[in-house]
Design a protein around this ligand. Structure first.
Ligand code: SAM
Length: 169
């Protein structure tokens, strides 16, 4: 992977300003709202690429839905394992690997959740990002991608997104 951003350095130096220290409120709403909760597969296995501190992984895990948080930074995964000592009991875990190059479980994932991961990629990697999800997610599975940031600006990360950017891939 040629990411341009040294994520491990950022984690090592504590430059993690994106980290809210809790699960995303928008994801919480999606899970709890009667109109949307049915969109999330209730069982099987799920993946959160670029999981950061892993709070969204924790929120999505249920006894019937195993979640894996994946992050390229060894320090991020170490942080996750410290913050979430109860992960195995609550049916989730963490893996240190490159989203673009890791072994996909047989049959693929039922669910993937992408938040502040696409926007972390330099825009030239977006076609690779888009090509990777159909490999990862099984037929009939679901990708939930929260779009952030939506304002137009130069450079990043986070690199600007739009509904068009996400739906055209
Ligand atoms: C902006 S942070 C977002 C973290 C988390 N989603 C959150 O909302 O707090 C992006 C994360 O993606 C990870 N990352 C970047 N490129 C990656 C890759 N190719 N594979 C796996 N993780 C990656 C970084 O280490 C970083 O933790």
């Amino acid at each position: 992977m040629d990411n341009e951003v040294d994520w491990e350095k950022r984690w090592k130096e504590g430059q993690t300003l994106w980290d809210a220290g809790k699960a995303s409120p928008a994801l919480k709403k999606l899970i709890e709202d009667e109109d949307t909760k049915h969109l999330i597969p209730s069982q099987g296995i799920g993946l959160v690429p670029g999981c950061g501190s892993g709070y969204d992984v924790e929120l999505l895990a249920t006894p019937e839905r195993h979640m894996t948080g994946l992050d390229y930074s060894p320090t991020a995964v170490e942080v996750c394992r410290k913050i979430h000592p109860q992960a195995a009991d609550k049916n989730y875990d963490f893996m240190c690997a490159d989203f673009y190059n890791f072994e996909i479980p047989a049959g693929g994932y039922d669910l993937a959740y992408d938040y502040t991961f696409l926007c972390a990629m330099p825009p030239r990697l977006r076609p690779d990002w888009a090509a990777r999800y159909p490999q990862l997610i099984k037929k009939g599975g679901v990708l939930i991608a929260l779009m952030f940031p939506l304002e137009e600006k130069e450079g990043g990360p986070p690199f600007s997104l739009s509904r068009i950017v996400v739906t055209q891939f």
